[in-house]
Design a protein around this ligand. Structure first.
Ligand code: NIG
Ligand code: FE
Length: 393
């Protein structure tokens, strides 16, 4: 086994607060920053972290020449397996047409019509794109199949590129069930879920809970679906409170969800429920950028003690970006998160929703992202500039 020394790190963000001296407090302390640092990795794991003047021997060496290194971004919410194009829908939205989830049917038709190899090629290109921007870990949902065979196909393709796979058979009610929603809920909670579990095709179940959309699911439907998934051994994630105030966030907290995502329209009871729960609020500000909805109120959540994550929601409808640096820049500019809060939410916060540590520490996976910049501040300071790329994963 060969070891590699990574040196020349002007600023190493570990997300391990043990590295922060007593003079550092608050949001920056959580980043556990080591100045003039080095890291040793071996067999995909971190074996040493510390100051560059005390490095152990290693077989090879990478000098990052005064750049910053941060934990690889964790994109904990994506819909990457799809075919087709909805750029026309985006253009119409910029001209004033509201998003209501109806366009999902367009992607379902295109995806059902694509071969495995076509979808595999599209997915591989998207994974390469997000790695080039510093994402080390990605969660992928199904949800553009909406039949037993097509949902299983999308989950299998997702599983080829990540272990973090979510069953989203309850994305919308497909056209063929529009006249009988209850029958579709029975399909999802019955034979579709049974097939997913039998094939161990997903670790999570998710529902688009949005009573304001005629296509998505009501509170009662969502509860039925999530309970069935939970009883079958899947952990819960929820799309909630995206298009308006609604029951999704409180339902997610009630179910002990790992994450409730969007959280765009929250009332006091939603914030209190999140603060009292172990459920992470995952904010997806690329969606508000691409739909012209108002941005979620991250400050209110952070001040209430809620755990916050950031992710892209990369999908062809509401947000077709794969860029975590773009999301971090939006979080700082528009959600009023500090640069430290935004980076933490895009790494440790999103990692928490997947049961991962999201930090650079001895024994952990060596998911390191290098910035072509001397500090993490540049992620938001230089929006749109391709600074970040994965170094070791
Ligand atoms: O997270 N809201 C539901 N699902 C996606 C959008 C999917 C689509 O429009 O294709 C989202 O925003
Ligand atoms: Fe989504």
């Amino acid at each position: 086994m060969t070891s590699t020394l990574i040196t020349g790190i002007a600023e190493l963000v570990t997300n391990d607060p043990a590295w922060s001296g007593s003079g550092v407090s608050g949001d920056v302390a959580r980043l556990g920053i080591v100045a003039d640092a080095a890291v040793v990795i071996e067999a995909g794991r971190v074996t040493w972290v510390g100051a560059a003047d005390a490095v152990p021997q290693a077989d090879s060496r990478i000098d990052v020449a005064g750049r910053a290194v941060v934990p690889g971004f964790v994109d904990s919410h994506t819909h990457l397996v799809f075919a087709g194009d909805r750029s026309g829908e985006f253009a119409a939205r910029m001209a004033g047409t509201a998003y209501d989830g109806g366009g999902i049917a367009t992607t379902v038709a295109a995806t059902r019509g694509a071969s495995d190899d076509e979808l595999r090629g599209l997915l591989a290109a998207r994974i390469a794109e997000l790695r080039r921007q510093g994402t080390a870990t990605v969660e992928i949902k199904s949800g553009y199949g909406l039949s037993i065979d097509d949902e299983l196909r999308l989950l299998r393709l997702a599983r080829e590129v990540t272990p973090h796979v979510t069953f989203l058979g309850a994305h919308v009610v497909p056209a063929e069930y529009a006249a009988d929603r209850a029958a579709y809920v029975e399909l999802v909670t019955g034979p579709m879920l049974a097939a997913v579990v039998a094939q161990r095709a997903a670790a999570y179940i998710d529902v688009f809970c949005e009573p304001r959309s005629a296509h998505a699911f009501t509170e009662d439907e969502a509860r039925t679906i999530l309970r069935a998934g939970q009883n079958a051994g899947l952990a819960v994630r929820v799309h909630g409170n995206q298009l308006g105030p609604g029951p999704g966030v409180r339902l997610a907290c009630e179910m002990g969800a790992a994450s409730v995502d969007h959280c765009t329209y929250l009332d006091e009871a939603d914030v209190a429920a999140l603060a009292d729960s172990g459920t992470v609020a995952t904010l997806l500000p690329g969606v508000e950028f691409s739909t012209r909805h108002p941005y979620p109120d991250a400050r209110r959540l952070l001040d209430a003690g809620v755990s916050v994550a950031l992710a892209t929601d990369c999908n062809p409808g509401t947000c077709f970006t794969s860029s975590m640096p773009f999301v971090i820049a939006l979080a700082v500019r528009e959600l009023r998160m500090t640069p430290a809060e935004a980076l933490y939410a895009a790494t440790a916060g999103s990692a928490q929703t997947l049961g991962l540590p999201g930090r650079i520490a001895v024994g952990e996976r060596a998911d390191l992202t290098v910035l072509d910049a001397p500090s993490h501040l540049h992620l938001a300071y230089r929006p749109g500039v391709p600074l970040a790329s994965t170094l070791t994963s």
